[in-house]
Design a protein around this ligand. Sequence first.
Ligand code: NDP
Length: 292
Amino acid sequence: MTTPMTFLGLGAMGSALAAAALAAGRPSVVWNRTPDRARALGEHGATVARTVNEAITGGGPIIVCLLDHQSVHAVIDPVAASLSGRVLINLTTTTPNQARELAVWAVEHGITYLDGAIMAVPRMIGQPGAAILYSGSQAAFEENRELLGLWGHSDYFGTDPGMASLNDMAMLVGMYTMFAGFLQGAAMVGAEGVSATEFARRQTPFLAAMTGQLPALAATVDAEDYAGAGQQSLEFTEAALAALVTASVETGVNADVLRPVHDIVRRQITAGYGRQGTARIFEELRTSRNGR
Ligand code: NDP
């Protein structure tokens, strides 16, 4: 019989992870701060623990999916001494440095630490399209591949525990700015009575087509070849962005999503790169990392 695993945190995501394990016949002990949230999993065969201490007695990997870094410490610090020799798989969203801090904490307590970043919403867990990025202990990743595979496609980013989170967060930057840009556009056409639903019907295939430009953009950045032929210049992009800001303001819609992009492009032009490609935005952002 498989050693029972432990799930700490049964919010929307923790419950989905535990449900997938139970559906695959994996014995699971579950715990949640608010006990009511464990009831449904109990009805599906999970052993419901009343305390964290009781939950970790099973011997299998301990899967943590709590709100944030602070709540992870709040739950596991008090039982640290009992976790020595165990595998902790933390799927809570943390920053890269928070993941690294947890890994150091784990080593200090004799715990094997694997960090995970979930690229899915709860209803996608166990379905095609769900992916989870991992970094930290390679042994923990390899030994638990079958379990991790129950949740989605697994990608391992190496022993630096912060790398899964870093890749996750870098991808989410693109997602959030895209959503915000879509909403600004929806507000612009909405000012003239076009519904957001109708706008989404047009915007969706356009954005999908635009993502086809990413490999070329990436190749330019990697080659640092911003002066190469065929690139849309910063000057061209500046004129386009100025028109977009004006059009937004003319419809009475706040252009705050777009203005920072416009400012970045203008700064690169001021620095003398106006005839070079728009991918130079990367250089402006990279420089900002060094304190500008
Ligand atoms: P929920 O808000 O549904 O659940 C949060 C969980 O954290 C609950 O179990 C809650 O317990 C627990 N919790 C919060 N604070 C504490 C504390 N101080 N002590 C003990 N338990 C605490 O969030 P999700 O399940 O959706 O998300 C969990 C993690 O998964 C987050 O880090 C999130 O970023 C990540 N994630 C979620 C995604 C999603 O689409 N939902 C997508 C990708 C990642 P209680 O029930 O008692 O409040």
